[in-house]
Design a protein around this ligand. Structure first.
Ligand code: S3P
Length: 424
């Protein structure tokens, strides 16, 4: 797909549902008594993989497009699937569902696409094994496919070496089936949607600092969940509005949970003109409309506990930094190497090919901004966030930018190109 420079971007965008929250709404609805009605559910391929897995375990899930109705089977009501569970490209589905499967009374196999089959699962296998789970990597490489034999589980305290909501949520979900409380401490706070939503469904779950604790065997009750817009999807329009000259974009329905809003903190530190309007709460999650205007940006340092709050936005932030005056340093972001692709390597290669002065480090990058960007050939490596980030970079580059496998945006934002076009 080809992209070229934009003269301006103007208009209103309504951001589709949050991917993390959409996954959790289906999972927790499936484990609850009664019905769960999810509105503004993200109809991206990843969330559809979650629906598919729970249908295979006997949960009645009706997808009406505008909303999803889940008739829950209760905590102990899932059935052994007749075939392998396929999580597609979705790390969230794979890791969270593994925690649930570990505590069932059946055995099943779990796999996903090529990317999923190369992503580290040792990070969940280790704490699950500590709980007594029987979980094996079929090829013995700590990656999917996984064979999970459900067993009785023990409550543990787990000191996670990574700030990962997927690891934290996996252990907490296994904790629903344990014989005693389970807690997880992480080195920095990752997104807390599991804690907020499980509590709303009736679980006894508490958080103190970077430790979350869950009590086993709750009666989960179906809920109405209104999914806020995904700040990770809004990120592309936030960046586009700031970088493209003469732009003004009103971005409606953006989830601004403080464990996710790192991009807004960074934009502010870089001198961005962003105003928050209509702040309110939906289903326990803070939401706002954002008015973004073209801004002169300057470099900044991004590190430490800020990193988990903007981990998925780093490809877009690197491009913002390339367009800012001065130097931006990103540290402590080694997790980028084990996302849907090695995002660290791909960002550095792709921005270098666009003429940016960027150096990769073991855990981040150094970007000397302010040089003009040139159109280039970008291989998305079928990574949705790489495709969307570089479609935005193309808007401020001279010449033509070609993006390979651009249709992978389907994973998290099927209407991305249509929404972008509407602003031109
Ligand atoms: C997610 C957590 C993050 C994020 C992913 C979604 C989630 O991964 O990158 O896109 O829904 O819990 P980690 O928690 O492993 O960093």
């Amino acid at each position: 797909m080809e992209f070229k420079q934009a003269k301006f971007l103007k208009g209103i965008i309504r951001i589709p549902g949050d991917k993390s929250i959409s996954h959790r709404a289906v999972m927790f609805g499936a484990l609850s008594q009664g019905k769960t009605w999810v509105t503004n559910f993200l109809q991206g391929a990843d969330c559809l993989s979650t629906i598919d897995c729970f249908r295979k375990m006997g949960v009645d899930i009706q997808n009406h497009g505008d909303g999803v109705l889940i008739d829950g089977n209760g905590l102990h009501g899932l059935f052994k699937p007749k075939s392998v569970l396929d999580t597609g490209n979705s790390g969230t589905t794979t890791r969270l569902i593994s925690g649930i499967l570990a505590g069932q009374n059946f055995t099943c196999e779990l796999t996903g696409d090529e990317s999923i089959q190369s992503r580290p699962m040792g990070r969940i296998m280790k704490p699950l094994a500590m709980m007594g789970a029987d979980i094996q990597s079929i090829r013995g490489n700590d990656c999917a496919p996984l064979l999970i034999k459900g067993t009785p589980l023990h409550g543990i305290h787990y000191d996670s070496p990574v700030a990962s909501a997927q690891v934290k949520s996996c252990v907490l979900l296994a904790g629903l089936y344990a014989d005693a409380p389970t807690s997880v401490t992480e080195p920095a706070l990752s997104r807390d949607h599991t804690e907020l939503m499980l509590s709303a469904f009736g679980a006894n779950i508490t958080s103190e600092g970077t430790t979350a604790t869950i009590l086993p065997n709750p009666e989960l009750q179906g809920q109405k969940v209104q999914v806020p817009g995904d700040i990770s999807s809004a990120a592309y329009f936030i960046a586009a509005g700031l970088m493209v000259p003469n732009s003004e974009i009103y971005i409606k329905n953006v989830g601004i949970n403080p464990t996710r809003d790192g991009i807004l903190q960074v934009c502010k530190a870089m001198g961005a003109d962003i105003t928050y309007e209509n702040q309110h709460t939906v289903s326990g999650e803070p939401v706002a409309d954002l008015l973004v205007r073209t801004s002169t940006l300057h470099g900044t340092t991004i590190e430490g506990s800020l990193i988990p709050t903007l981990i998925d936005e780093l490809p877009m932030i690197a491009i913002l930094a390339a367009c800012a005056d001065g130097t931006t340093v990103i540290r402590d972001a080694q997790e980028l190497r084990v996302k849907e692709s090695d995002r660290l390597a791909i960002i550095v290669d792709s921005l270098t090919s666009m003429g940016v002065d960027i150096t990769g480090t073991s855990d981040g990058m150094i970007i000397n901004g302010g040089r003009p960007l040139h159109g280039a050939f970008i291989d998305s490596h079928k990574d949705h966030r790489i495709a969307m980030s570089f479609a935005i970079a193309a808007l401020v580059a001279d010449g033509i930018t070609q993006i390979k496998d651009a249709d992978c945006v389907n994973i998290s934002y099927p209407d991305f190109y249509k929404d972008l076009q509407s602003l031109m």
